[in-house]
Design a protein around this ligand. Structure first.
Ligand SMILES: Nc1nc2c(ncn2[C@@H]2O[C@H](COP(=O)(O)OP(=O)(O)OP(=O)(O)O)[C@@H](O)[C@H]2O)c(=O)[nH]1
Length: 283
């Protein structure tokens, strides 16, 4: 596979906007996808946020493999990186995010007390690569449906400032950063999760990568979802063909409609229809 160069023009602008806003914020919520926690981090995060306090928000935990999530918790504990596990879609996350924020910012709180200042409302900013759930997280924290969400990379556009519960102040325009491509695996993982646009990598290669990964790590998931036995002698293409036949993705002449198979497989994978699974484990 050729080296992927991906640094869209608007990302340079996004970086500048983030740096501008950071001047007045107290803490960065760095959102990542629990299924690929490291691959969905941005390589320039530390450079952009300098010494700002950061909390890693490990989002979409409902879609991730619980045993691998445990391994990541151990890893981040060892690395002394403060984190919160979130399912922004269904859980009430405000309390735990608030508690972690107070813990991480206790030095600011103490400064205020020492200087005899009134308790301030901490200001937070959400930053993350596309499609990790930044808008959903903010909606959840805000307690009302204010931000538009969608399963398409790059939908977050509007800009306002909102008051979340517990008097936390949150920019409702999250900082969108580009993901990194340091290896082929990383690029494929990001493509599988819908973090990069489907046009960036060849869709057939992404789907083949996904099916081979599932076959190795979660073979039962394929069988359960599509209703056929994955036999040892089957090639990846055989599996794709079987999914097509089982799901009726057939064109005239009894040919498999590969575009439909690719799209339905990726839809299933990204939305948890194949079960909770993760695509990366700590090194
Ligand atoms: N299952 C599950 N889905 C989630 C969670 N958080 C967000 N989503 C879904 O993931 C998709 C992307 O969420 P968004 O909030 O639009 O993501 P974003 O990071 O703001 O995306 P961009 O605008 O592309 O930067 C949407 O379909 C959300 O409903 C979660 O914790 N669990």
């Amino acid at each position: 596979m050729k080296q992927i160069q991906w640094y869209p023009g608007h990302m340079a602008k996004a970086k500048r906007l983030i740096e501008e806003k950071l001047k007045i914020i107290d803490v960065v919520y760095e959102l990542v996808d629990a299924r690929i926690p490291e691959s969905s981090r941005n390589p320039m995060m530390d450079e952009i946020t300098h010494k700002k306090d950061k909390i890693l928000i490990i989002n979409k935990t409902d879609l991730a493999d619980p045993s691998l999530t445990k391994a990541w918790m151990k890893y981040y504990d060892q690395e002394q990186i403060p984190y919160v596990l979130c399912n922004s879609l269904n859980d009430n996350i405000t309390q735990k995010v608030y508690e972690k924020t107070m813990k991480v910012l206790s030095h600011l709180h103490q400064d205020d007390i020492n200087k005899g200042k009134a308790k301030r409302n901490f200001k937070a900013m959400v930053i993350g690569v596309p499609n990790v759930g930044k808008s959903q997280f903010i909606n959840n924290m805000a307690g009302k449906n204010k931000v538009k969400t969608g399963n398409m990379p790059g939908v977050t556009k509007t800009q306002t400032f909102i008051k979340a519960e517990h008097d936390l102040l949150l920019f409702d325009n999250p900082g969108v950063l580009w993901p990194r491509f340091q290896s082929q695996d990383q690029a494929f993982r990001l493509a599988l999760m819908g973090t990069i646009k489907d046009e960036i990598l060849p869709l057939d290669e992404v789907v083949i990568y996904g099916i081979e990964y599932l076959r190795k790590h979660y073979p039962k998931a394929l069988e359960k979802r599509y209703g056929f036995m994955v036999k040892d002698e089957m090639t990846t293409i055989d599996i794709i063909d079987m999914i097509g036949r089982k799901r009726g993705a057939i064109m005239a002449g009894n040919e498999i409609d590969y575009d439909r198979v690719f799209n339905l497989f990726l839809y299933d994978l990204r939305n948890g229809a194949l079960g909770a699974m993760s695509f990366e484990k700590p090194q």
